[in-house]
Structure formats: C-alpha cells, structure tokens
Design a protein around this ligand. Structure first.
Ligand SMILES: NC(=O)c1ccc[n+]([C@@H]2O[C@H](COP(=O)([O-])OP(=O)(O)OC[C@H]3O[C@@H](n4cnc5c(N)ncnc54)[C@H](OP(=O)(O)O)[C@@H]3O)[C@@H](O)[C@H]2O)c1
Length: 233
C-alpha cells in the first residue's frame, strides 16, 4: 500500500487519532487529512502535522463542501461509532435509543461512503474503509444483548457491502471494507473493559493492525477482523 493522500473521518481521539499518528509515521511524505467534532477532546490531534478540520458529519452540506476541498485520496477510513448504554434486555428497548444507534453507527458513515466517491480515482488502487465491530456479525452472535449497537453495526456492514457492489459495477477498483479493530482502550470501550479476558490494544497498536489488514485486502466488500481473518456476516 502506497499512500499519498489519506483522510481519517473521526480522528479527534481513540483509534482515529491512532490511525493519523501511524500514517504520519509510516508515510512521512504523505498528506493526512483528519476530521474531528469535539475540539476539547481533539487537542492531541491538533498538535500533529495532520491537516485537521472541524466537521459535524451529520450535516450533509458541510460534508459535501469539505470533500470538494480535498485532493484525490488513496485511503479513506471512517471511525465514527458510538456505544451508549447498551440494551441488555428487551425491557431496555426504546425507539429513541435504537434510532440514535443507527444514525451514528450506520447512517452517518454511509454519508462518508456517498461523498468520498468523487475523490477516489476510478482506475487506481484506493481504499474506503469503515470501522465496524465483531458484535455486528449475525453469524457470530452467540450471547445476545447490545441490541442497538449490534444491529446498527450489522446495518453498516450490509450498507458497505451493497456500496462495494455499486462501486465495482461503476468500474471502480476501490476496495471497500468493514473492519473489527479488536478491543481497544478508548472512550467508547472504557466502561466495558472490566471483564475482558483477551488482549486489549492501545489505539496505536489497533491502528497498526488495521493498516496491515487494509494493505493485505485481496478484494472489495469484505468483513475483516484485526488479524486479517474473515468474519462471517
Ligand atoms: N474500542 C473498541 O474496543 C472497539 C471495538 C470494536 C469496534 N470499535 C469501533 O471502532 C470505531 C472507533 O471507536 P473508538 O474505540 O476509537 O472510540 P472513540 O474514541 O469514542 O471514537 C469514536 C469516534 O466517533 C465519533 N462520533 C461519536 N459519536 C458521533 C456522532 N454522533 N456524530 C459524529 N461522530 C461521532 C467521535 O467523534 P467526536 O468525539 O469528535 O464526536 C470519534 O471520532 C467505532 O466505530 C467503534 O464502534 C471499537
């Protein structure tokens, strides 16, 4: 994988920030563009040499204008996702919480998928990647719970798989993919790490794993684990 211009959407902290830092280290001559929403939590990002920009990605007109300012991109990674208080039981289900989970984890990333297209060269190798989660695998669902986050990540997977078919039919060589980063110590996960028995990555380690998986992608429309193995839909 050779990167001249990359964009990380959702780079203010967590894995997104790790991705910016790893890309700057691995590709020192590249331009790394990065968006954030919360300026206070993005202080570390603002100290890097990335081209950082405040964007609320749910405002489609702003997103459209922002993408117009970018050069042709070799790599776009959308990290946007949120896990509010997860529903453990049917008792916890509400239309408000389900709607919010789908908005943040599926609908907003899909706007990135839509507006990145004009910045991706049809004939050269490039990547359009979304951070998903293992719990979004319907085939792997053994334990239930976490209704909204789980189902919203499944929806993201289906949306990106569908978009990968549209990109291919339009003649794009772009590899679209959804990747489970593995459990990583971030704001999103910190409340849930107490009982975790397996390895927990730092954001930088997680970013390095993700970049390796992307570089090894053989085809478009795949759901990959942090170690490069394929996850069942
Ligand atoms: N950490 C893990 O163990 C783990 C495991 C599996 C999957 N993932 C996935 O990995 C991705 C990155 O997560 P992370 O662990 O790095 O968590 P994080 O530090 O909380 O980052 C989440 C990102 O999503 C953005 N975001 C959250 N709510 C948003 C909203 N309503 N509108 C727009 N942007 C919003 C945040 O931006 P602002 O803060 O600037 O608003 C931030 O950039 C997520 O998609 C998550 O589901 C993480």
């Amino acid at each position: 994988m050779d990167i001249k211009n990359a964009l990380i959407v959702g780079a203010g902290h967590g894995i997104g920030l790790g991705l910016v830092q790893s890309l700057l280290e691995q590709f020192p001559n590249s331009q790394i563009f990065a968006t954030y929403r919360d300026e206070k939590r993005a202080s570390e990002l603002l100290k890097t040499s990335a081209h950082s920009k405040y964007i609320d990605p749910s405002v489609e007109e702003d997103l459209l204008e922002y993408f117009k300012t970018l050069p042709e991109l070799d790599l776009v990674i959308c990290t946007i996702g949120a896990l509010q208080k997860p529903e453990k039981s049917l008792r916890d289900i509400s239309i408000e919480q389900l709607s919010e989970a789908f908005k943040v984890n599926a609908a907003i990333p899909m706007l990135i998928c839509k507006h990145a297209k004009p910045r991706l060269n049809k004939t050269s190798e490039n990547y359009l990647i979304f951070l998903s989660a293992m719990v979004g695998s319907i085939g792997d669902n053994q334990v239930g719970g976490w209704y909204g986050y789980r189902a919203a990540k499944s929806a993201l997977n289906q949306l990106i798989k569908t978009a990968s078919i549209e990109y291919s039919r339009a003649g794009y060589k772009t590899k679209l993919g959804v990747i489970h980063p593995g459990t990583t110590e971030t704001e999103l996960s910190k409340a849930f790490l107490g009982n975790v028995k397996h390895r927990v990555w730092t954001p930088i380690e997680s970013a390095q794993n993700i970049l390796k998986v992307i570089g090894d992608l053989k085809s478009t429309g795949e759901f990959k684990n942090w170690d490069g193995t394929t996850i069942p839909w």
